[in-house]
Design a protein around this ligand. Structure first.
Ligand code: F1P
Length: 357
């Protein structure tokens, strides 16, 4: 019998479109584990929270660390697992107590596991894990694991898994800082469904727009890690020229690349909105087009296109809302470029290293 041919990108599109159900599952997991989470957090006076992962989950760490510091008032530092593994003396301060948050879709990435083993040997402190698989060595190494099986994917690139783990991280921060925030986050899945329904067409239109050959993703504070992840989606899926920068950093050289073939995507914060809008206005004046993602509408002179969430949630609780449209942007650019998002060039779902490599 003829093997059914699945259209390119089918798994990825389905996983992007269904991600709000995985957000719901992430909220449920944090609610069910809140007693253990509070017990872990209150078990020590931690001097620092180290947040680690690889690739997409390193970018998630970049988004989670400033959120946790803002929520909990404890220094939090994102780092690639390879840095913790290879250069621990540039990260671990002997004699201090820290909490390690490891983030991994698979729970099987060699660097993340080896770094976590080494951290436990150093007896610096406990390990909290966020993952989509519970039956893994990483989960077994952890003092507490928040597991979201509903985030599991068939595609290589992380979309639904990433956003579900983002919700879990933000929900953990909220439930430890102020349970009223956690209650307000219950609105996120419905907001996500609404965002996808409203802006799917815009993402498809921009993704397939032949005017654009360069993509820059700008984000600051809690949004920088999300901008880095959006950039990785564009690269992984479509093989496009794209980069991520902190908003005001873009002026210090990289903006020289802006031209009429450029789309500058701004993930707006609340706190630095005015400064970020100034950068976007300047990039338009240089010939670039801008797509702005923000909670509330922005003046049209800063945005050729805009996506507003209307979430009425603080930035510590709504980071996930930036993701669906930007995942779809990369997906449609991939199809435009003749790529199959389900099978990205050179990539595998997990990087397992040979011993000693
Ligand atoms: C980490 C990772 C992904 C990347 C690719 C290869 O996986 O680097 O971030 O997108 O899928 O693996 P994990 O530790 O989050 O499972």
């Amino acid at each position: 019998m003829q093997k059914e041919t699945i259209p390119p990108g089918s798994h990825t599109l389905r996983e992007i479109l269904t991600q709000p159900t995985a957000w719901q599952a992430a909220l449920r997991e944090v609610a069910e584990k809140q007693a253990e989470l509070k017990q872990l957090w209150n078990s020590s006076q931690f001097s620092e929270i180290l947040v680690t992962g690889c690739g997409s989950t390193y970018y998630l760490s970049q988004a989670a660390a400033p959120m946790l510091q803002k929520q909990l008032g404890t220094r939090a530092r994102p780092l690639p697992a390879s840095e913790l593994l290879l250069f621990p003396d540039t990260i671990i301060v002997p004699g201090t107590r820290s909490l390690l948050l490891t983030i991994s879709r698979s729970g099987r990435t060699s660097e993340t596991i080896q770094a976590t083993r080494a951290y436990k040997r150093s007896q610096q402190g406990p390990v909290l894990t966020i993952s989509c698989y519970g039956d893994t060595e990483l989960a077994a190494l952890s003092d507490l694991a928040l597991i979201i099986p509903e985030g599991q994917e068939q595609s290589v690139v992380q979309t639904r898994s990433f956003s579900a783990m983002t919700v879990a991280a933000q929900a953990a921060g909220a439930i430890l800082a102020d349970e009223r925030q956690f209650q307000a986050m219950q609105a996120l899945p419905a907001l996500g469904e609404q965002l996808i329904a409203t802006h799917h067409e815009l993402a498809s239109q921009l993704g397939q727009d032949e005017r654009f050959e360069r993509f820059y993703f700008l984000g600051s504070g809690l949004q920088y890690g999300l901008a880095s992840e959006a950039n990785l989606k564009m690269k992984e899926m479509s093989l496009s020229y794209s980069e991520a920068f902190h908003f005001l950093e873009f002026r210090h050289g990289p903006m020289s690349m802006v031209n009429e073939r450029t789309l500058v995507v701004g993930l707006l914060s609340d706190a630095a909105r005015a400064q970020e809008l100034a950068v976007l206005r300047e990039m338009r004046a240089l010939g670039g087009q801008t797509l702005v993602l923000s909670d509330q509408p922005v003046p049209v002179e800063a945005a050729d296109y805009q996506v507003n969430f209307h979430a009425q949630l603080p930035c510590t609780n709504r980071g996930v809302l930036y993701l669906p449209v930007l995942q779809l942007l990369g997906y449609y650019r991939a199809l435009k470029n003749g790529q199959n998002p389900d099978q990205p060039h050179h990539l595998t779902a997990v990087i397992i290293l040979e011993p000693g490599s």
